[in-house]
Design a protein around this ligand. Structure first.
Ligand code: HH2
Length: 250
């Protein structure tokens, strides 16, 4: 899954693809590089991000989805039901939902759904994240949401531990280390698979998002070895090489 943020403020690619032309060009580049899915987002969920009005998000996302939908599978990265619905009408077939709350929209529209775990909300989630047992709490939350969505009629449910969403570096590493457990329970529950997004995130270290290519690739490969069925990345070409060695079809 290649990341396409049509935003001025995303933590890594903000402002790089925030015109229609630049967004479509970058989407097509990721298709050429081998992305199976392009994840179009119009609202940053980085730590400290402020929510964007529905009209603004629709304006950023819908035309780009429409332009790319004939070329590659499109997911829409949103927490707003109106945006999910409009993007699906424009051709998206997967709702990537960091709030894990939009299963009814996915069921009603007959598309897939990604349920991601987040503690708190983006504006404050990194202030002091705490857990008793981070893996247990994250797995239990995701399985609960997956069961509800499957019972509501969503045919394709992915679960995602939400790396960096209300988690310290130690929490992220613990979730990644124990990923095979989530892969197993998610499969038993009838999920399509586990999605993992570590790309360019701050727990990898480095001097900034553009200085995290190695950690991004290492953690994507590690997630695939652990059984993740999908990785959400900015650097598609490098990750596709790793996918050929370690990915689900390897
Ligand atoms: N991470 C981000 C956004 N959406 N969706 C899923 N399912 N999993 C993730 O880990 C995930 C996600 C944050 O990264 P990015 O889109 O690059 O930045 P921003 O939120 O600032 O737009």
């Amino acid at each position: 899954m290649g990341v396409l943020n049509v935003t001025p403020d995303s933590f890594s690619d903000g402002g790089r693809h925030d015109t229609f032309e630049a967004a479509v060009a970058h989407g097509l580049l990721m298709v050429a590089e081998g992305a199976d899915i392009v994840d179009v987002g119009g609202e940053s969920s980085r730590p400290g991000a402020e929510p964007v009005p529905v009209a603004v998000e629709l304006e950023r996302v819908v035309a780009v989805v429409e332009a790319l939908a004939g070329r590659v599978r499109i997911s829409v990265d949103t927490v707003k039901p109106e945006v999910a619905t409009a993007a699906v009408r424009a051709g998206a077939t997967l709702v990537n939902d960091v709030s894990a709350s939009l299963w009814e929209e996915a069921a009603a529209r007959g598309v897939g759904w990604v349920a991601m775990h987040m503690q708190g909300a983006p504006r404050t989630m990194q202030e002091d994240p705490r857990y008793g047992d981070v893996c247990r709490e994250v797995w239990d939350f995701l399985l609960d949401r997956a069961r509800v969505a499957l019972a509501a009629g969503v045919g394709e449910v992915w679960v995602d531990p939400g790396i960096g969403f209300g988690k310290t570096a130690a929490h992220n590493l613990s979730l990644l280390r124990h990923l095979p457990e989530l892969v197993e329970v998610a499969s038993e529950a009838g999920c399509a698979g586990v999605l993992v997004g570590t790309s360019r995130k701050s727990f990898l270290g480095g001097s900034g998002p553009d200085d995290r290519a190695e950690g991004s690739l290492a953690t994507a490969a590690g997630a695939m070895v652990a059984g993740a069925g999908m990785v959400r990345v900015h650097d598609v070409a490098a990750t596709v090489q790793a996918t050929r060695l370690y990915g689900p079809a390897a």
